[in-house]
Ligand binder design. Sequence first.
Ligand code: UDP
Ligand code: MG
Length: 313
Amino acid sequence: MKKVSLLIPVYNEEESLDSLHAALLPLIDNELPELPAEYEWEVILINDGSRDRSLEIIRRINAGDPRFRYVSLSRNFGKENAMLAGFDKAEGDCMVIMDADLQHPVATIPLMLREWEDGWEDVYGRRLSRGKESIFRRAFTKTYYSLLNKATRVEVLPDVGDFRLLDRKAIDAIRSMREQQRYTKGLYCWAGFRKKPVDFVTADRMAGATKMSAGRLINLALEGITSYTTAPLRIASVLGFLVSTASIAYMIYIICKTLIFGDPIQGFPTLICAILFLGGCQLLALGIIGEYIGKIYVESKHRPPYIIAEESK
Ligand code: UDP
Ligand code: MG
């Protein structure tokens, strides 16, 4: 019998965990009629340093049903790194990644398994509606993906999140990428494999508030750009080239003008504009370079991407 792993990162989800457990039971008891076959199941809950009662609840679920395994990280490492811990622990022939807040419908998983049985290696969930979300976040997401896709050669799809099924080959590929600052969505695309979408409708969050604050999302967004493309460095060089060409032309103009008309003390506005503009360009370029150097610095320490504090047997 083939084995399917379910990977669920958990961060302060005490209100959702029991309903999640209940919602998963019909699936892992092989009772859903849409399932293409009977499977052996394992659920891997990654406790990402929750500060509420999540770990207690997870331990209780595990004690009652050993198909629910868990790994508890020593602190909050962020969803991307928590997922990597799950990638490392999964034993299944394929793995489905889903959120703990039941925004990813359990009923979609059998449909994903069907595609997998048909030979697709990366079956990704595609959101038909984005559930309750602020207009700001929606607009931000839209602009962001159009920018990211212009800057990179590998396409990252906007309405696709981490709800997906990966074949063993894809799991091993993602596992082999050990960077600390992870942008898993980009990694799926980079890794390749035969991809197939399955549509689903995002439910509203079961309980509690989103753990992805605006700050975290912006960080992740920057991560996506800098870990995925060096195009901004190119932009800085192109900008530098254009500005210096323009400056040389302007310089020639000024010299000629001075030679012909003499040099009355004038031109303070031009001067200050030029200084401020160039200063701005330099800071921008430095900032961009700094982003990349910061990344090199963090990666060069070769720290493990996560640390395990406790684990189920
Ligand atoms: N999560 C996590 N670590 C974090 C933040 C979130 O493991 O630092 C988990 C969280 O418990 C949930 C999933 O990642 O299972 C998605 O988080 P959330 O629902 O808050 O994000 P959203 O759906 O709003 O993007
Ligand atoms: Mg959510």
